[in-house]
Ligand binder design. Sequence first.
Ligand code: SAH
Length: 237
Amino acid sequence: MIINKELLRENAAILGTELSGEMLEKFDMLANLLIETNKSMNLTAIKEPDDIVVKHFADSLSLYSAIVPENGAKVLDLGTGAGFPGIPLLIARPDLDLTMLDSTAKKLKYVADTVEALGLRAEVFHTRAEDAGKNPLYREKYDIVCSRAVAALNILSEYCLPFVKVGGTFVAMKSAKADEEIACAKQAIRLLGGEIIEKKTFFLSDGGERTLIIIKKISQTSPKYPRPSAQISKKPL
Ligand code: SAH
């Protein structure tokens, strides 16, 4: 066993998720695969098992303190990287219909292999968010879209909100300085058909500050959005 399961169990419980013995086994396998693969591939800067438990696993599961998905809900993790928050969310809720999207193929191959090794099922999608957001198979199809450490909130909203169904939820998982990002993104969120309904700030057990910004999709996103990549970065909403 590589991780301190009690540390994970406690941290998850504080954030409102009870993990079974089988789930803790899967998290242990996940930590093993992450540490092993990280030796030959740049997946994460977080390498110590206790740090992986708190900064990757518990932090990912914190989403469930903001929103409890319905059984079989369609969930998108946008910019999943090495599978965060997506893989932990799926271990705790294997019923989810989860898509993990990223523009980096190498990381996604690791994510797909890992999901299979854990005996779980998810779709991995190699694309840029700006391209997939225009695809009718994916646009406005998700109950929940979540994203961690991908872009500032105004840019992130243009990536994420097009995927959310009207009535669905976008959760931006942020660290410190969330208030500044919110101030700068309010107008973008409105333009894209969203509305901030709640902001939840909490601390991980290592003292790290986190904020979940919960945005409801209240109307369809105009077909103008998402704009091409160059425009999004040059002229963020
Ligand atoms: N969510 C993970 C990874 C964060 S790193 C975590 O919190 O650990 C940011 C990831 O977002 C990278 O893997 C990068 O490839 C991806 N990304 C950035 N911009 C993107 C875009 N426009 N479309 C798809 N993926 C993107």
